[in-house]
Design a protein around this ligand. Structure first.
Ligand code: SF4
Length: 420
């Protein structure tokens, strides 16, 4: 039984109990959110040792970090090292986006190595195994690959089910066309075979597989805008409408479902995008990729993504996919992963605070108290990144515990406390 089916039948699962406790909600309240599909708990029955997290409003904003091999780098040890970085910084999920090497073996190692939620994009594996002969790929081959991911214990999969033939002509006015790897592959398949998207035509079979393993569907945005110029255009909105239809079909099939969103979106359009998704996709949790609010900051896209992510989360997104400084430039290394997770955690914490999540309010107040009392160790422990502030402190030229080298003896805090 999936988490959704259990909730529909009025059962309380151990995963629901853990999520409710950690989110400071009553178990009954949490169960009704799962039943309505407003919260998902991606927890594949075969993922041993998983720590379950809930995704959706009004829960804490969650963060995902992507890892994975590329044709230029198939070093599994490096990907496992990235996982350690991701875990140490408190992200809740990671996606294995590997496209080179023994993908089944890599995925197995990834799932075994972490208690975080693990997501994948199974169509990548289909693509890498049949790069030279796209036309020969049958819908059954795609479903067989998806089933393999389910059997291995993948908690959520990105499936670009909403990209339809009728949306392809709408791309003509775009600067960037299709920037989603999965979306691009499916569009090619649909053109070469002159057939409708197999993930759309075989959606019922896809749901059967997902239900068997309680693998949450993350309905991907194959037509997400890859430039602020292309944001909120007809192609993007066409796909979003279709995803809304599929949300209802997945829920009816007892399958947990969330929806993925843009992409590159100027700040002035972010709120509108979040509201449209909530309305058209029936309150399904929104998993946003950034969004990037400008295109012109290569090398700093983690900051751009955090700005968009914080704003998106404040307006309804529940799950932030990180962006690293290496975005658009190269495969991220462990230090890029580190900066990306920290930026996304800052966005998530900012939104949690603004949304009044009790644990976030407590943490920020506690941090202020530690700062006020010059409790440096307490500050480091509460910091998004516990390492960097300690290094700064250790290398500073302060002369007293009750000041830092910014103002020295003119420390405003110290002077004010002495005046009392
Ligand atoms: S020295 Fe200045 S910056 Fe440093 S803690 Fe005191 S008031 Fe803050």
């Amino acid at each position: 039984m999936t988490q959704l089916q259990a909730a529909q039948k009025g059962h309380m699962t151990p995963e629901m109990e853990i999520v409710a406790r950690e989110e400071e909600l009553s178990p009954e309240n949490l169960r009704s959110l799962v039943k309505e599909g407003r919260v998902v708990i991606p927890a594949n029955l075969n993922h041993k040792g998983l720590h379950p997290f809930g995704i959706g409003s009004p829960l804490r904003i969650k963060v995902n970090a992507n890892i994975g091999t590329s044709p230029q780098n198939t070093d599994l040890d490096m990907e496992l090292a990235k996982i350690k970085v991701i875990e140490s910084l408190g992200a809740e999920a990671l996606m294995d986006l590997s496209i080179a090497g023994d993908l089944d073996k890599i995925r197995q190692a990834v799932i075994k190595s972490t208690s975080l939620m693990v997501g994948t994009v199974p169509i990548y594996q289909v693509l890498t195994e049949r790069t030279d002969d796209v036309a020969s790929i049958s819908p059954e081959m795609i479903l067989e690959t998806i089933e393999r991911h389910g059997k291995q214990g993948v908690d959520f999969i990105t499936v670009h089910c909403g990209l339809k033939q009728e949306a392809l002509p709408l791309l003509d006015k775009r600067v960037m066309g299709i920037v989603s790897r999965g979306g691009s592959f499916l569009a090619k398949w649909m053109t070469v075979r002159n057939e409708e998207n197999p993930l759309y035509t075989h959606f019922d079979q896809l749901c059967d597989i997902a239900r068997t393993y309680d693998m949450t569907l993350s309905l991907g945005d194959g037509l997400r805008p890859g430039a602020v110029h292309d944001a909120t255009d007809a192609a993007q909105l066409h796909e979003l409408k279709v995803l809304g239809e599929l949300v209802l079909r997945a829920r009816k099939a007892g399958v947990q479902v969330m929806v993925e969103g843009p992409g590159h979106v100027p700040m002035c359009d972010v709120q509108k995008n979040m509201e449209l998704q909530q309305e058209w996709c029936h309150g399904a949790p929104f998993y946003v990729l950034g969004p990037l609010t400008i295109d012109s900051a290569p090398g700093y896209d983690h900051i751009v993504g955090a700005i968009g992510g914080a704003w998106a989360a404040y307006h309804g997104a529940s799950f932030l996919c990180y962006v690293t400084p290496a975005e658009h430039l190269r495969l991220p290394g462990p230090s890029d992963v580190r900066e990306g997770v920290i930026a996304s955690k800052i966005a998530a914490r900012s939104a949690d605070m603004a949304l009044g999540i009790p644990s976030a309010l407590r943490r920020e107040e506690e941090m202020s108290q530690k700062r006020h009392s010059f409790d440096w160790e307490g500050m480091f422990a509460l910091a998004v990144d516990p390492v960097k502030p300690r290094l700064y402190r250790e290398k500073s030229t302060h002369v007293s515990e009750e000041e830092c080298s910014m103002c020295g003896e003119f420390c405003a805090l110290k002077m004010h406390q002495q005046d009392k």
